[in-house]
Ligand binder design. Structure first.
Ligand SMILES: Cc1cc2nc3c(=O)[nH]c(=O)nc-3n(C[C@H](O)[C@H](O)[C@H](O)COP(=O)(O)OP(=O)(O)OC[C@H]3O[C@@H](n4cnc5c(N)ncnc54)[C@H](O)[C@@H]3O)c2cc1C
Length: 341
């Protein structure tokens, strides 16, 4: 069974969306096919996706719990990675995919991502006997707060709550405090959302201050140089408002593999050309996604009561057409060639 077949057994196809206010009034309800016949919305648990991808690799090709503590250039032109456990790895090519606080990006001269004024709680509710929900995105818009819950498997329901906060706030790791704070934020909301939080094991809840970084050609550091290249959030952290950060990271990988694989044994010049070509091809898409996600936040996180009323009575129920809006999620690519281990 190939990776595609395995993933097909892991994801759920979501049929539509219901958007409500904090007091449970339905603003809009639709199926994705009604909005655009070509749209398919699929949800997959991150763990299931990562395990499925990892299974395709030869055994022992991934070293887990390998924290990068230092990166530097070798005299021979390779890049030397120093891990926290003392291991050193010298490599012709380094792909920095270490997320929003990437050490590799920092080493390449990128600034810290900028906090955008809101934080998120995320969690995964567990229903061992089967979750009771239809395959819909259940969205709730409030004042300076928004949230959603979405079934991701027959037994699990993913949810998030994003809320305005002038400062990122302290890092909280106590899972009971995280759950308490989430419940406090939505204590007056309809029971259905509160039930989902109640069904969530504390250890699946995380709190993230939301940040992004816009990379300008000529002004920002280059996403590839000297055999080191950035992928995903390490290069283009974006806000979660259009649900595309992880998707863009996967797209990056597909393009990078297509460029890099044929160049790997052809010498350093070919490798540099491949990395440059990857970065140039991807920049337009990831930049426009980052900006679009940031701007969308302005509507989603409104606090002013008049502006919220316009959003809830006019914009969401009458004006927004989701089909054209979702066109940006389309990404065409040639199938990757299977390489035998
Ligand atoms: C509230 C919220 C909702 C979101 N919803 C969606 C959505 O619906 N759809 C979507 O596509 N995206 C969504 N995203 C975005 C998505 O989570 C990210 O864009 C995605 O995880 C980026 O993948 P990545 O592999 O680049 O980074 P990550 O997933 O952050 O992975 C980075 C990895 O690097 C490791 N690492 C970090 N530092 C080091 C180090 N020094 N040494 C070794 N390893 C290290 C980390 O442990 C981690 O395993 C959402 C984000 C948020 C905050």
């Amino acid at each position: 069974m190939g990776v595609g077949d395995e993933l097909r057994s892991q994801y759920l196809e979501v049929q539509g969306m219901v958007i409500k206010t904090e007091n449970g009034r339905v603003l809009r309800s639709f199926t994705f096919k009604e909005e655009d016949q070509t749209q398919e919305v699929r949800v997959v648990e991150r763990k299931a996706l990562l395990e499925t991808l990892a299974k395709q690799l030869p055994v022992d090709s991934i070293s887990y719990s390998s924290k990068l503590s230092k990166i530097e250039k070798n005299e021979n032109g390779e890049t030397l990675l120093q891990l926290a456990n003392g291991t050193q790895i010298s490599s012709k090519v380094v792909i920095g995919c270490d997320g929003v606080r990437s050490s590799v990006a920092k080493w390449m001269g990128f600034s810290e991502p900028k906090y955008v004024g809101y934080c998120s709680f995320r969690g995964l509710a567990n229903y061992p006997d089967g979750q009771p929900y239809e395959s819909l995105v259940n969205y709730i818009y409030g004042r300076g707060i928004r949230a959603a819950y979405i079934p991701v498997s027959p037994t699990k329901v993913y949810w998030f709550v994003c809320f305005n906060s002038p400062v990122p706030g302290p890092k909280i790791t106590d899972p009971f405090v995280l759950k308490k704070q989430t419940k406090e934020l939505i204590k007056n909301w309809p029971l259905e959302f509160r039930n989902v939080i109640d069904a969530t094991p504390e250890d699946t809840i995380i709190r993230t201050p939301v940040a992004d970084r816009w990379s300008w050609p000529g002004l920002s550091p280059s996403a590839s140089s000297g055999g080191v290249v950035l992928v995903g959030d390490a290069w283009h952290p974006m806000t979660p408002n259009i649900g595309q950060g992880g998707c863009c990271a996967l797209e990056d990988v597909v393009v990078l593999v297509q460029k890099l694989a044929p160049a790997l044994n052809a010498g350093p010049t070919f490798i540099e050309d491949a990395l440059r070509s990857y970065r140039n091809e991807r920049w337009t898409r990831v930049f426009s996604m980052t900006v679009r996600a940031n701007v969308t936040c302005a509507v989603l996180h409104l606090e002013n009561p008049v502006a919220c009323a316009i959003r809830d009575h006019v914009l969401v129920p009458k004006l927004i057409r989701l089909g054209p809006m979702l066109e940006y999620t389309n990404f065409e690519f040639d199938p990757l060639l299977q390489i035998s281990p």
